[in-house]
Design a protein around this ligand. Structure first.
Ligand code: ATP
Ligand code: SF4
Ligand code: MG
Length: 342
């Protein structure tokens, strides 16, 4: 999926800070994150609540201003565009959230809601917008008559399809999917995930797929990144991360999964991931994971581990990453690629 191609999204040393409720304190929601995403790829992002996933996603579509770092889209820094160019360009970068109810106005018909982004952007005539909206509804598998209904007359799955249709009218290239199936019944999650996969094939879409659900992310992702307290701790091909996880945090997350476990862990012990994720207002020194890591030594408190490519295409931030690599991995090709995760 990656090869030596230029990335469609390139994030370098991204930092996002928010003022905390306590006077003078700062929430380091994202604390130095770097990754690339390639066109047509599904890039999964996992981590516990509060690890900074949504903030990364919002920064990528420019809904939140980075405190530091760069976000390039096809090599272009949107900060350098005129406000008119930026408004036109940002249609290509969209985000879909967990709760379709928050995205749909309860007093507007479905058709009006689906047309709304085009109307706001001043794209096309009223008739062209209507046609585009009906086409988008058909594309997500909803019949035309749904357009005349109101959100409360639809099921959760239908509402999430409407939100996807609305996003499609803008002809996006990159969609951040933030827990998009988390609010749906188990029985329809598969249908909605299949819809995302179909749309990707048909339209060549690129996804940043955020979820705390490992079973979802491992099924649909080409590569997976693992976030912990505002930083990435691991990134690699989906199979490598789920079958040959390097970082102690990823290994603990995987071992906590009820089923199916990665093959090498099926007979292994459950690794306890005790306690809460620490506060991003006052994160631990050195390695952010050290307060919950069974392998921590003095060095882990003194120095933050570097973000390193341990095996080609497989990155981790742990002083002892090589030690935690499986033998299979160690025998693999060592670092050498120049693109992040490429
Ligand atoms: N606007 C804000 N102001 C202050 N703090 C914020 C703001 N947005 C996010 N945070 C804090 O930043 C941290 C990261 O939040 P974020 O929503 O990105 O996490 P997340 O990984 O998406 O979590 P979840 O899985 O619960 O959705 C949290 O501690 C959160 O409280
Ligand atoms: S750097 Fe130290 S504390 Fe952090 S994950 Fe590695 S061993 Fe654990
Ligand atoms: Mg979130």
């Amino acid at each position: 999926m990656t090869g030596e191609r230029a990335p469609t999204l390139s994030v370098r040393d991204l930092r996002v800070e928010f003022p905390a409720a306590e006077r003078g304190a700062t929430v380091k929601a994202v604390d130095g994150v770097s990754f690339d995403i390639f066109k047509g790829e599904t890039f999964g992002l996992i981590g516990e609540s509060g690890s900074g996933k949504t903030t990364i996603g919002r920064a990528v579509v420019h809904l939140v201003e980075p405190t530091a770092g760069t976000i390039l889209h096809d090599g272009v820094d949107p900060a350098r565009l005129s406000s008119r160019e930026f408004r036109a360009a940002r249609r290509a970068w969209q985000i879909v959230f967990q709760d379709p109810n928050a995205a749909l106005n309860p007093r507007s018909t479905i058709l009006t809601s689906v047309m709304e982004p085009l109307a706001v952007s001043g794209v096309g005539s009223a008739e062209e917008r209507r046609r585009a909206a009906l086409q988008a509804l058909a594309r997500v598998g909803l019949p035309e008559e749904i357009g005349a209904r109101y959100p409360h007359q639809l099921s959760g799955g239908q509402k999430q399809r409407v939100v996807i249709a609305r996003t499609l009218t803008l002809k996006p290239e990159l969609i951040v999917c933030d827990e998009v199936v988390a609010a749906l019944d188990m029985s329809i999650r598969g249908d909605v995930l299949n819809l995302f996969a179909e749309l990707q094939r048909e339209l060549g879409l690129t996804y940043l797929f955020i979820t705390h659900d490992l079973s979802v992310v491992s099924h649909i992702s080409d590569r997976i990144a693992v976030a912990y307290l505002g930083r990435l701790v691991e990134l690699g091909p989906a199979e490598a991360v789920t079958e040959n996880a390097i970082h102690p945090y990823t290994r603990a997350l995987l071992s906590a999964e009820p089923a199916p476990l990665p093959s090498h862990m099926r007979t292994g012990k459950r690794i306890l991931l005790e306690g809460e994720i620490p506060s991003p207002i006052n994160p631990p020194s050195g390695c952010h994971f050290r307060t919950r890591c069974g392998h921590a030594v003095d060095l882990c408190a003194q120095r933050a581990p570097e973000w390193r490519e341990i095996v080609r295409g497989h990155w981790a931030a742990c002083h002892f990453a090589e030690q935690f690599c499986s033998e299979e991995n160690v025998a693999g090709e060592k670092a050498g690629a120049t693109l992040l995760g490429g």
